[in-house]
Design a protein around this ligand. Sequence first.
Ligand SMILES: [Zn+2]
Length: 413
Amino acid sequence: MSDSVKWWAPRVVAAVLAVEVVAMIVISLPWHLPGSSGSDTALDFTAAEIARQNAFRHALLPWSTTSWLLSVAVPLVIGFSPLGRRLYDALHLKRLWYVSVPLLVFGLGLLTSLITVPTDVMAERVTRRYGLSVQDWSLWTRDRIVNWALMSLALAVIALVLIAFARKWKQSWWLPAASAAAVLVLGVSFAYPVLVEPRFNQFSSMPAGALRDDFMKLAADDGVPVKDVLVADASKRTTALNAYVSGFGSTRRLVVYDTLLKDTPPAQVRLVVAHELGHASEDDVLHGTLIGVLGAALGVVLLQLLLGTRMADPRRTAMLLALIVAATTVSAPVQNFVSRRIESRADFHSLQLTKDPRNFVAMQHDLAVTNISGLDPSWWRVWLFATHPTPPERIAMGRAWASEHGLTVPPQR
Ligand SMILES: [Zn+2]
């Protein structure tokens, strides 16, 4: 490449990728779904339920929010100050850079994890006091260690690849690096159900019986090929109720928590499964992954615009981590917005499939009470953290669907 080409090439590629991310979001999201506004919390939740949910969040959120703030602030402060380079130098000594870089990444991850221990312990104690968490401290600690190891491993691979490419290709490192980032996101999302999820839970096929037959028939009616419904042993950690779809292609799986199969009325479990079939039939995981693929490639090109050939310097590893944390935090509101739209579509799908708004509303109510979900979170919490619409919004959609189809759903309270 000539010098003039070098100057504009990353800018053009960044612009093209940014347009593609926006186009992908606009094309793959539903923009017209029936009434998820005009929710009336008092119609479906008793004063006691609302009070319990408020008390829980009042006790939990100071701790969990402080943990989140620290987990963002620690990498930013270290990475954007001379401290990052000093730490690298202290670790480096006479080692090879590709030994020092992973050491620094695992070390900074450990530091961040240790700094958030006190606030995370307090948050865990609150969730136990409310009966939501049932795990012991050894499982809690084990999860933390596995989480740290997996996150550090992923970040170390990213840092090593970026620095190695920048050292090898000097000016044009960002092109192969952006391609590598895209392949990495695609591969991790594909392999996640078989590589990462088994590190935390055991999965078994749902036992044969009327309930399983009903789910398989529901999937067949929906035109979604489902080979199996898996049950995760979530009850070793939590009493929360949940289900999800992960992977795509040959790794796609529909998972329900064992907690959901314990006491939940079958008609409500059926609605949860119908919601997950919505994710499967719309290929939400694949679309989300493709947005992630384009976003990762865009992130690498932005790195080129920010750092250029300085990316080859392993002393900037802490700064690289800070940039990744900053980019993830800044893009969280967009990711959450996309997620909330996708979740609304899956809710709508479950209503269309089951034509059972009464149990839909009952399920949303019971799930919110059992999981002690926030009923009316502040706008900035919605932006930063909410991957799903609020329970009153979801219930409002059920009611809207019912009235559009000439049905009425009585209040839950
Ligand atoms: Zn969902």
